[in-house]
Design a binder for this molecule. Structure first.
Ligand code: CUA
Length: 336
């Protein structure tokens, strides 16, 4: 019941509508991996302790109100002892216990939840994630696979996520899989994701990082190992050659109007590294890390003037002639 209530509220978030992701809301109380389950357990422990303390407080309050007209029935020494025990000793014991549990969880979260499984699994997966204002660069070391705002993982396998930032502090958070981990410049922080069930999990930036912190979303797609391997191989491949005449014209526009100075499309001369790698942009779940759906109309608007869609992002309006825009969009849509 309580979970359904929380989920119902979270489901109202417009970002969920935007994402078009079917499935569960990104609630920490609906864990789908060992890291998140540990955090949820700690949350429930704190909740029940708080509920218990509150209940005891209410009982004592009612008792005190009921006795308020009886005078002289409590000795001064008893009153002092009561205040010391309930005001200092009991809170000290409870808070120390909770602190110890928190320390245990923090140290457990630094390692994969199943070290033996991680050591035994052939080809344990590592993902490198770099935070940018305001998107996530995703690489799979040892392959050419580079994408943005989308991480695929094999289901049931501990995946090491290596995090750093290109600019300001960000925080990587997949509520159903892992607690928040900060991205700090000049440093690599490591966290672990183990998705126990296939599905698409919402992730977000959990540290205020500037104007578009709100649109710094990503998804984690957990799928069977074979599908994951196929996805990595696909993303690592060079972009397909344009099929149609419109796509071919669009590619020329892309290479000539300055897009290529900031974006890479592997297999073409475009090798810019300022913005996201666009080799598989046609496949992505959104534009602008959750700012717009990834469809023909939204993509046209984004290219023409993304500042209207996501003000402050690093991409200036593009001087693409109106008659060339449909070709450019057709080319970008074909990159999958
Ligand atoms: Cu990145 Cu908030």
């Amino acid at each position: 019941m309580r979970l359904r209530f929380v989920r119902a509220w979270l489901a109202l978030a417009p970002v969920l509508l935007l994402a078009g992701c079917s499935g569960r809301a990104p609630s920490t109380l609906d864990p789908a991996g060992p890291g998140a389950r540990r955090v949820a357990s700690l949350w429930w422990l704190l909740f029940w302790i708080s509920a218990g303390v509150f209940a005891v407080f209410l009982v004592v309050l009612v008792w005190a109100v009921a006795r308020r007209h009886r005078s002289g029935s409590i000795r001064r020494g008893d009153a002092t002892r009561f205040v010391v025990v309930t005001g200092a000793v009991v809170p000290f014991v409870i808070l120390t216990g909770v602190y110890a549990v928190g320390l245990r969880d923090m140290s457990a979260l630094r390692a994969p939840e199943h070290p033996a499984a991680a050591a035994a699994a052939p080809g344990t997966v590592t993902v490198e994630v770099t935070g940018h204002q305001w998107w996530w660069e995703v690489r799979y070391p040892g392959t050419a696979a580079t994408t943005a705002n989308e991480i695929h993982v094999p289901v049931g396998t501990p995946v090491q996520v290596r995090l750093t930032t290109d600019d300001v502090l960000h925080s990587f958070w997949v509520p159903q899989l892992m607690p928040k981990t900060d991205l700090i410049a000049g440093q690599v922080n490591t966290t672990w994701i183990t998705a126990e069930e296939p599905g698409t999990y919402r992730g977000m930036c959990a540290e205020y990082c500037g104007l578009q912190h709100r649109y710094m979303h990503f998804v984690v797609v957990a799928e069977p190992r074979a599908a994951f391997d196929a996805w990595v191989a696909h993303v690592a491949s060079p972009a397909p050659s344009p099929d149609t005449a419109a796509e071919q014209r669009g590619m020329q526009v892309f290479l000539q109007t300055g897009c290529a100075a900031c974006h890479t499309v592997r297999g073409t001369p475009a090798d810019g590294t300022v913005g996201p790698d666009l080799t598989t942009v046609g496949d992505r779940w959104s534009l602008g890390a959750g700012a717009a759906p990834n469809n023909t109309g939204a993509l046209g608007g984004w290219v023409a003037n993304s500042q209207q869609v996501k003000p402050g992002n690093a991409m200036p309006p593009q001087p693409v002639p109106a008659e060339a825009l449909p070709d450019l969009v057709a080319y970008l849509r074909s990159l999958k």
